[in-house]
Each structure stands twice: as structure tokens, then as C-alpha cells.
Design a protein around this ligand. Structure first.
Ligand SMILES: Cc1cc2nc3c(=O)[nH]c(=O)nc-3n(C[C@H](O)[C@H](O)[C@H](O)COP(=O)(O)OP(=O)(O)OC[C@H]3O[C@@H](n4cnc5c(N)ncnc54)[C@H](O)[C@@H]3O)c2cc1C
Ligand code: SF4
Length: 316
């Protein structure tokens, strides 16, 4: 690990100002992803701004009838909150399917959204990776590469990594918004679709945050009625990232919403595919995964996604 300087801040706006003015600065919250990346020298921040004391650790009702989740609320506290369990069960289920109990105690809402990909070549500094070193090439697309965990849709010639967050998939199906503060003190609200960027030819740019901008909260709209389900398929029963995950909210009349994890660089959802839910899993997936470009090793994800949704729909 390289040497770095460190400061604690108590105010989110002050954090954003400091992050914009100090070269090489990064926020640190729970540290469960950033410290790993620093130890591997994949991320080498010169300065850490500890935001854990900014007081953003409440879940409060909004004027619109939803909830505002502070960026420092832990994944454990969020999944256990009675309002989340009752009215936003898809979110609670997604959270408890992630990481381990110890990690969820430490991991925060903001940090979970901003965790980096788990592409094995991103973690291997001996291999080329456009996300780690722009222009270096992509080892996952090289001859003999292992790509079974990687993306099938929304990917590019430069990068086929997936976003690893389970929480974000549930937030996408709930139409949540990310609230931020910029270094000039403005507050912004972004949908998950606006927040996450597709790789194109700049896979190192993963989100719409400006220099210094800090996530302050996630805003949930009023509860969406219906059956909430989250199913994650993985190599082990726990402590593993999704090969494919499905977040589903289905109303009694058969209409609903579907988002996928483990298949794309962002939680994957299309309104046109939602509209096909009454016609069943095949119709939804044909539209949701239209345009997919799998590798020979991960084409199984297309079938797996459809079968996972079919299994969830059969559980009435
Ligand atoms: C062994 C292991 C297994 C895991 N399994 C899963 C899993 O199955 N599913 C899953 O979803 N996750 C999993 N995770 C990931 C875990 O959920 C994340 O590491 C965690 O959520 C990150 O939160 P944090 O607060 O520790 O973030 P940090 O490590 O502190 O920060 C992560 C990134 O977010 C940035 N950041 C943090 N807070 C803010 C903010 N408020 N505004 C702007 N930027 C910010 C930091 O600068 C950094 O770039 C796993 C992690 C480990 C180590
Ligand atoms: S898929 Fe993306 S993260 Fe993985 S090696 Fe290629 S460029 Fe890097």
C-alpha cells in the first residue's frame, strides 16, 4: 500500500469541497472495498476523506411518501429496518444476499453503490485492463480468457465487466434516486440509469459524479404494491457475487417490473420488457436481453436469467 494522507470531515458539503480541491483525494466510508483496492495498488489515492462522521446515517420519511436513506446507513441496518422489510422487501432481500454479516455491518449505502467491479483481471495488476489503465487493452477479451462471470449486455469492445452490487439492482426496480452534493454546494438527484454509465470506450468512467461530488442519500419513492422477490444465482450458497440475479415486483393483476444483476455494467432494466411481464419469462427476457453479446463462456447467463425469472413467477 502506498502512503496517503487522511482527514475526517463532519459536513457533506465540506467533504465535497475538500475532495474537489485536494489532488488525488477519495472518500472513504466503510472501507470494505476501497482498502482492498489500495492494498492491491489498484487504487492509489493520495488523500482519504473519511465521511463516516457526516451524520448521514438515518432513514427518514420524505414529503413524497417514500424514504430517504442516508449514504452512511449500513447495509445491515438498511436490510433490518422494519419499513424496508415491510414496504420495500425486494431491497431487504437483495441486501441480505450480499457479502457476509460482518461486511454488511460495515458496508454503507453510498459505498455499495460505488464499489468497483469484481472482474478478475481488474484485480490482477499483471494483466491489461482498460478500466484500471485506460488504453491498456482488456484481458477478459483475450484468447483463452475466463469470462464466465462477466457481462453479456451493455458491454463494449473495451470492457465486459459487470457491476457487482445486489442493492443497486433492487434500487433500480424500485425507481430509486441517488441524491448528491457537488463541490459548489448544489444538490442533485439522479435515477440509477442516469447515475451509472455504460463503458463505451471509456470504461474507467463508471458514473455521472462530477469531481468532488458526494453521494448523500438514496431516495425511495412511495412503496410499490405487489409481490417483491430477489433471487441471486451464484457459485456458492453465500459470500459470492451474482452470476445472475433477478429483482421482481409483481402486482396481483400480473403486471410488474424486472431488473437483472450480474449481466451488465449497471443494474439492467428496460420499460419495454416490464410491459411484457404478463406474457411470461421468455417474452420479458427476449426484450430485456435483446442485443446481448455474450462470450462463448458466458452465453449460459441468457438461459439462466430466463429460468430464474420463470422460477420466481412460478412461486405464487
Ligand atoms: C468478500 C466480499 C464479498 C462481497 N460480496 C458482495 C455481494 O455479494 N454483493 C454486494 O453487493 N457486495 C458485496 N461486497 C461488496 C460490499 O458490499 C462493498 O465493499 C461495500 O458495500 C462498500 O461499502 P463501503 O462503505 O465499505 O465503501 P468504501 O470501501 O468505503 O468505498 C467504496 C467506494 O465508494 C466511494 N464512496 C464511499 N462513500 C461515498 C459517498 N458517500 N459518496 C461518494 N463516494 C463514496 C469510495 O471513494 C470508494 O471509491 C463484498 C465485499 C467483500 C469484501
Ligand atoms: S472486462 Fe473491463 S474490468 Fe475486466 S479486464 Fe476488461 S477492461 Fe478490465
Amino acid at each position: 500500500m502506498k502512503a496517503f494522507s487522511y482527514e475526517r470531515v463532519s459536513d457533506p458539503a465540506q467533504a465535497a469541497v475538500r475532495a474537489a480541491e485536494v489532488p488525488g483525494a477519495k472518500f472513504i466510508a466503510g472501507g470494505t472495498n476501497l482498502l482492498d483496492l489500495m492494498k492491491h495498488e489498484i487504487e492509489i489515492p493520495e488523500h482519504l476523506i473519511d465521511v463516516s462522521g457526516t451524520g448521514l446515517d438515518d432513514i427518514t420519511p420524505t414529503d413524497e411518501g417514500g424514504l430517504r436513506i442516508g449514504a452512511l446507513v449500513s447495509n445491515a441496518a438498511l436490510s433490518a429496518d422494519a419499513r424496508i422489510r415491510k414496504d420495500y422487501a425486494v431491497l431487504s432481500r437483495a441486501l441480505v444476499s450480499g457479502a457476509s454479516g460482518q461486511l454488511r455491518n460495515k458496508a454503507t449505502t453510498g459505498g455499495n453503490l460505488l464499489q468497483r467491479t469484481r472482474c478478475p483481471y481488474f484485480y490482477d495488476t499483471g494483466m491489461p485492463c482498460n478500466k484500471r489503465s485506460p488504453g491498456a487493452g482488456c484481458a477478459a477479451l483475450g484468447d483463452g480468457a475466463t469470462s464466465r462471470q462477466l457481462g453479456v449486455i451493455g458491454t463494449s469492445e473495451a470492457c465486459i465487466a459487470t457491476h457487482p452490487s445486489d442493492m443497486a439492482v433492487a434500487l433500480r426496480v424500485l425507481d430509486a434516486e441517488v441524491e448528491t452534493v457537488t463541490s459548489s454546494g448544489e444538490t442533485r438527484r439522479l435515477t440509477l440509469d442516469e447515475f451509472y454509465q455504460l463503458p463505451g470506450d471509456t470504461p474507467e468512467i463508471e458514473n455521472a459524479l462530477q469531481a468532488g461530488e458526494m453521494v448523500t442519500a438514496v431516495r425511495l419513492p412511495p412503496p410499490v404494491e405487489g409481490r417483491h422477490a430477489y433471487y441471486k444465482v451464484r457459485d456458492r450458497a453465500s459470500y459470492a457475487f451474482a452470476l445472475v440475479s433477478v429483482a421482481l415486483i409483481k402486482a396481483p393483476d400480473g403486471t410488474g417490473r424486472v431488473a437483472l444483476g450480474g449481466v451488465a455494467p449497471k443494474p439492467w432494466r428496460r420499460a419495454e420488457a416490464d410491459a411484457l411481464l404478463p406474457q411470461g419469462a421468455s417474452a420479458v427476457m427476449a426484450r430485456l436481453l435483446d442485443g446481448a453479446r455474450p462470450t462463448h463462456e458466458n452465453a449460459y447467463k441468457l438461459t439462466l436469467a430466463e429460468r430464474t425469472l420463470a422460477a420466481l413467477l412460478a412461486q405464487e
